[in-house]
Design a protein around this ligand. Structure first.
Ligand SMILES: Cc1cc2nc3c(=O)[nH]c(=O)nc-3n(C[C@H](O)[C@H](O)[C@H](O)COP(=O)(O)OP(=O)(O)OC[C@H]3O[C@@H](n4cnc5c(N)ncnc54)[C@H](O)[C@@H]3O)c2cc1C
Length: 350
């Protein structure tokens, strides 16, 4: 996969097709007998665990049903790319793309053993495939195809600002893991969710960023989680309530982000995460992005803003992606980022 400059300016486009998540219909039987995950046929996986993250999303852990080792292409793609797999809904014969979460860092993996695939999947109201997946019991068999490289992180990129909406955090985590192998790299994630339940216990690293009263309230709420009521109920002072909430269990994705942060500090300038929650009236502001663009030290051509999330989120920040000759392209830069002086920062819409 190569990057092609589509036009002068900060926008860059994916050189090859991001077949990604477009729904499609199958015109023949798939061959689920192939044992290793591969892009051409569907491979059976067993759902070994489903951990709820919130009322609408969960982490699905899938294991190759045949215990076959991962192909070289899977090992390569996860080193440097944002990648996805497709899952088939067998009754409707449609498939959707999902983004594997990076492997957890606990314990050295056996190179020959197949890696479990973990996916953060939100159940969309009325969504065909996500509803099917959320209804599956543990030990059910699913059919997967992939990997699909959605975007290859250029070798010279060392600084990334990642604007993530909802499950757009999954590719951000893939990028964080890829950057953790690059000495001197730096990544800042600005993660927006509609509800706090998606990121319970998540406290922004740059709390001073929350300079507006609106944002500061959001940060306090993020650790208080309705503290005054809670404090009254359990007879705690407000300070006790703050402490107890800090100690409360963090959400699964928040914990994983913390683990990635710990991992990223070894050789890099670190990973920072800022949390924004619609229901707390904290929203990513253009100034938040500008502030992070300004706190840079890397050489030219190595800085990237990635925008990932629902279509409306991408459109708001960077303008729509555009379909050309049956494939999705970056389209012109639009939205909030177009209004900013991006300097030598480039933009990529995922
Ligand atoms: C590269 C890539 C990676 C992705 N990674 C993830 C991931 O890691 N996690 C994740 O959760 N998602 C991810 N997605 C999104 C995922 O692929 C699906 O789009 C999502 O799960 C919804 O699929 P669905 O079949 O459940 O919903 P669909 O059936 O496609 O419906 C989607 C929404 O549209 C509405 N809708 C459907 N038909 C109509 C209609 N005729 N009129 C009006 N409304 C309608 C539905 O009610 C629903 O709210 C990714 C997408 C891409 C492209």
């Amino acid at each position: 996969m190569s990057w092609v400059r589509r036009r002068a300016g900060p926008l860059i486009v994916l050189g090859t097709s991001a077949a990604g998540g477009a729904a499609y219909r199958f015109f023949g039987p798939s061959r689920p007998t192939d044992e290793s995950l591969n892009p051409h046929t569907f491979t059976p996986y067993t759902l070994i665990n489903k951990q709820p993250v919130s009322s609408t999303s969960a982490i699905f852990t899938l294991r190759n049903a045949n215990g076959a080792p991962d192909s070289q292409s899977v090992k390569e793609v996860e080193k440097r790319s944002v990648w996805s797999i497709q899952i088939k809904q067998p009754q409707l014969q449609i498939a959707r793309a999902y983004t594997p979460l990076p492997h957890t860092t606990d314990g050295r993996k056996d190179e020959d053993a197949p890696q479990n695939i973990r996916l953060l999947i939100r159940q969309e109201t009325g969504g065909e495939v996500s509803t099917y997946l959320h209804r599956l019991p543990e030990q059910a068999t699913l059919e997967l195809r992939g990997p699909n490289a959605e975007f290859e992180l250029p070798r010279n990129v060392k600084e990334v600002i990642f604007l993530a909406g909802g499950t757009g955090i999954a590719p951000a985590m893939q990028v964080a893991q890829a950057l953790s192998r690059r000495t001197g790299s730096k990544m800042q994630v600005l993660w927006a969710n509609r509800k706090r339940e998606e990121c319970v216990g998540g406290v922004s690293d740059d709390r001073e960023t929350a300079s507006s009263p609106q944002n500061r309230l959001g940060w306090w709420k993020s650790i208080l989680v309705g503290s005054s009521e809670t404090a009254t109920l359990v007879g705690l002072s407000k300070d006790d309530a703050v402490e107890s909430e800090i100690l409360q269990d963090k959400g699964l994705i928040v914990k994983e982000l913390d683990a990635l942060k710990a991992n990223n500090t070894i050789a890099t300038q670190g990973l920072k995460v800022q949390y924004y929650v619609d229901e707390e009236k904290t929203f990513i502001q253009p100034e938040d992005v500008m502030q992070r663009m300004a706190s840079t030290s890397q050489e030219k051509g190595s800085k990237l803003i990635i925008v990932s999330g629902p279509d409306g989120f991408i459109e708001h920040w960077a303008g729509r992606k555009v379909w050309v000759d049956g494939r999705e392209t970056q389209g012109p830069l639009g939205g909030e980022l177009r209004e900013m002086n991006l300097g030598d920062w480039k933009v990529f819409k995922l």
